[in-house]
Design a binder for this molecule. Sequence first.
Ligand SMILES: Nc1ncnc2c1ncn2[C@@H]1O[C@H](COP(=O)(O)OP(=O)(O)OP(=O)(O)O)[C@@H](O)[C@H]1O
Ligand SMILES: [Mg+2]
Length: 300
Amino acid sequence: MKQFDSNPSDTPLANELADSNQRLQIANATSVKKPKATRIFTVSNQKGGVGKTTTAVNIAAALAIKGLTVLVIDLDPQGNASTALGVEHHQGVAGAYEVLIGDLPMSQAIKQSSTVANLYCLPATIDLAAAEMELFTNFAEADQRYRLRRALSEFLDTVPAEYCPDYVFIDCPPSLGLLTVNAFAAALEVLIPIQCEYYALEGLSQLLGSVDRIKQSINPKLKLSTILLTMFDSRTRLSTQVAEEVRNHFSNETLNAVIPRAVRVSEAPSYQQTVLTYDKNSSGAIAYLEAAIELANKDV
Ligand SMILES: Nc1ncnc2c1ncn2[C@@H]1O[C@H](COP(=O)(O)OP(=O)(O)OP(=O)(O)O)[C@@H](O)[C@H]1O
Ligand SMILES: [Mg+2]
């Protein structure tokens, strides 16, 4: 019965808890830089289920909790970002579809998140599923890729200063279709979440090729500035290997913060919350807070 003799404050679990508490204290005490001009990110990866939406909403929430004004544009007809931000997105609610296809000013469709002050969302309804086809058939080639960029710049030019977002995150669907192209055209920076699993790097070169093509033909200002490792499982060698390989290829872009695979992260959306509000002391919340601070304070 050796374990009853050991000091309970010296167990691996106790050490992990002490470590998380310390990280949380540091993260809470660290302020984030307010950017001089709005930073516009597209959160993209044509692979499905790698953590795009989770990353978009949690980094957005973390920056809003830190006092910045943040807008999430939900460009995925699944509407998962709208759900996680507690924003209504049933059919009939004006959202990204009306802005892209119907010329509705963005200011008339943006809603406030139910959970965090200074956090806003342009919701996606299921109508957005038809938008790819309608962009293609209803608009000239010169126009169809720039619908979001135009709407967003008009919004940023006209919104009163106190509501002007410091950060915009565009949550993309898992494809390289016209919705994603609109996001690439409207953004200044690309944030790629990479899931630490076997096929993580598969398709990455295709994505990088697309970013290059977009830069050359549509948006010369676009920069792949940030890569975030998600769903990291410290118990597997595979996760460590994937993380190392990504860091070897993208040492400047990859954030030091790594998002662990954590149940609280996946539970939060069913409560219409981000993990930052659902369980702010959990490992996932701390990691997203650290990632957001690093993203905001790192020179790009
Ligand atoms: N760190 C994490 N730990 C545990 N589960 C996670 C984590 N990150 C994301 N998940 C879960 O994995 C699933 C996929 O995540 P998410 O929806 O963010 O990916 P996505 O890239 O946006 O997917 P899609 O390509 O369908 O848009 C979700 O069920 C989410 O709750
Ligand atoms: Mg998604």
